[in-house]
Design a protein around this ligand. Structure first.
Ligand code: HEC
Ligand code: HEC
Length: 136
């Protein structure tokens, strides 16, 4: 009997090791919790809710470039969550408008951006600057 128990014990030990190792592996491979959304990470997000929180600042930087402004064009400095400035309210509408244009016309691809219209200016132009009546 003695000759048999040794290998059986060894096998048992080996299985235990495999099980524990497997468990540790499974534990360490546990998927990390999903990244926070902008709505979860910031105080007052009404439109860009599902955007990953890490994309919010790059988006804000795009806004400044696209409109040729600084953060305080839309924000009360030091209180980014406040809605005191009417430019911020308009910006929310513009985000929705651009999104709608892309949904309706460009298969959800972000083809139309703030830059498409604004071109680095607060107010987009509706006609070329040198426009003269076509027939004159
Ligand atoms: C053209 C307007 C505009 C400009 C310029 C702008 N933002 Fe924003 N920002 C917004 C809008 C609109 C929201 C809210 C988005 C929403 O409700 O989904 C927002 C939200 C934020 C928030 C989240 C605040 C909270 O806690 O809810 C931060 C932080 C922020 N902006 C920082 C910045 C910084 C920094 C800059 C300059 C680099 C900047 N923004 C430039 C329009 C702007
Ligand atoms: C389809 C063209 C178009 C797109 C795209 C667009 N805008 Fe505008 N935006 C306009 C027009 C036109 C005006 C001027 C409205 C007026 O004169 O009343 C304007 C005005 C604004 C204003 C007010 C400016 C002021 O001087 O008071 C803000 C803020 C603004 N847009 C932000 C944005 C942001 C942010 C985006 C991108 C998410 C964006 N816009 C995308 C056409 C556009």
């Amino acid at each position: 009997m003695r000759n048999l128990t040794q290998p059986v014990l060894k096998l048992g030990y080996l299985l235990l090791v495999i099980t524990v190792f497997g468990a540790v592996q499974a534990f360490s491979q546990e998927p990390s919790p999903p990244a926070k959304t902008a709505a979860e990470a910031f105080k007052n997000i009404q439109v860009l809710k599902d955007m990953p929180a890490s994309d919010l600042m790059p988006t804000m930087k795009h806004f400044t470039k696209d409109l040729g402004v600084k953060c305080d064009f839309c924000h009360v400095q030091g209180a980014f969550d406040k809605d005191d400035k009417h430019e911020k309210i308009i910006a929310r509408k513009m985000i929705l408008m651009a999104h709608q244009i892309n949904t309706d016309n460009f298969h959800d691809h972000p083809r139309v951006t703030c830059w498409t219209c604004h071109r680095g200016a607060q107010e987009p132009e509706s006609k070329p600057p040198e426009a003269t009546p076509a027939t004159q």
